[in-house]
Design a binder for this molecule. Structure first.
Ligand code: 8YV
Length: 302
């Protein structure tokens, strides 16, 4: 008889099929399905698969007495109770390194989309307004912009590397400065925002980074500044962000992630200086295939 594998999030179909050769897959993608598992022989699961956005509900984890391994289809562990995992010796395996390029590419795409108004101009053409006259707005050149990166880790570093050839200046904020890093370090995030035209959020999510970008930081960025978030919605105080965008106290925003996904604040939908994406940072076929392969290996190793 095959062992059971708990799937809290899907993988690309061919990779699920490979797992199904070895395991009986029990899919519980919704909270209601997960809730139902609590009372249904929870000791049968030793391994589970999830993704960064879904994580593992701490109550569910606590109710799986034989859980040994969690394979995450992503790098974020902010929705996993790492303390519980450590205390119980549960191994958490992520797709570390694999999605760095895709997320960094997405960050650059969002910077350019925002500065060159790609989405707004696309809507202008689709709506048939070009026939009535040319696009009325001028974009902003990327050359010469001051870019601040919050979280110069692997993804933040890859974003910086990609942006450098565009002729920007680069600075960053981390908890501590990095050794041998060519970019200017600000030990205060407000000071980084003040010194930036474009603030890119690439920091890990979780309690330690929650609302790091608060009203003070957004005000330091100011009406000429724009913010790009490819990390986690929780890093920015979304209510403060929306308030400033609506009032014209912030220049613009390109957001791939939100505080309460898949909910997007209604007020953002009407704004022209905002680019919205449904959490697509790692969503290329090649990257998702490589991530799924990594998850399959992590499960089989378990
Ligand atoms: C993943 C993410 O693609 O890696 C993460 O933590 O948020 C995403 O980019 C997501 O987990 C979907 O698999």
């Amino acid at each position: 008889m095959k062992a059971e594998l708990l799937m809290l999030a899907p993988l690309l179909a061919p990779y699920e099929a490979r797992l199904a050769e070895h395991f009986h897959l029990v899919r519980a993608h919704s909270r209601a399905e997960q809730q139902a598992l609590l009372g249904d022989h929870p000791q049968r699961f030793r391994i589970l698969v999830t993704n960064g956005g879904e994580g593992v509900d701490p109550q569910l984890m606590a109710s799986l007495p034989n859980l040994e391994r969690v394979a995450v289809n992503g790098v974020g562990t902010d929705r996993i109770d790492m303390e519980q995992a450590r205390a119980r010796g549960i191994r958490i395996v992520t797709t570390d390194n694999i999605l760095t390029d895709a997320v960094a590419d997405q960050a650059v795409a969002l910077v350019l989309a925002l500065l060159r108004q790609v989405c707004l101009a696309d809507r202008f053409v689709r709506d048939g307004r070009w026939r009535e006259g040319g696009f009325p707005l001028l974009g902003t050149s990327l050359r010469g912009q001051r870019v601040g990166i919050l979280g110069l880790g692997k993804i933040g570093g890859a974003i910086a590397e990609r942006l450098q050839p565009f002729g920007v200046s680069l600075a960053y904020h981390n908890r501590r400065p990095l050794m041998d890093c060519p970019y200017a370090y600000h030990d205060d995030l407000g000071a980084l925002a003040e010194a930036s035209d474009i603030l890119i959020v690439a920091a890990a999510g979780g309690p330690a980074s929650r609302h790091l970008v608060d009203a003070r930081v957004l005000d330091a960025l100011g009406p000429q500044g724009v913010i790009v978030n490819v990390a986690r919605g929780s890093v920015i105080d979304e209510a403060q962000l929306v308030e400033r965008l609506v009032a014209g106290r912030l220049g613009g925003a390109a957001l791939d992630v939100f505080e309460h996904e898949p909910k997007v604040p209604e007020a953002l939908l009407a704004l022209d200086n905002v680019v919205l994406q449904p959490h697509l940072g790692s969503a290329t076929l090649q990257t998702r295939q490589a991530m799924a392969e990594c998850v399959v290996q992590a499960v089989l190793a378990g």
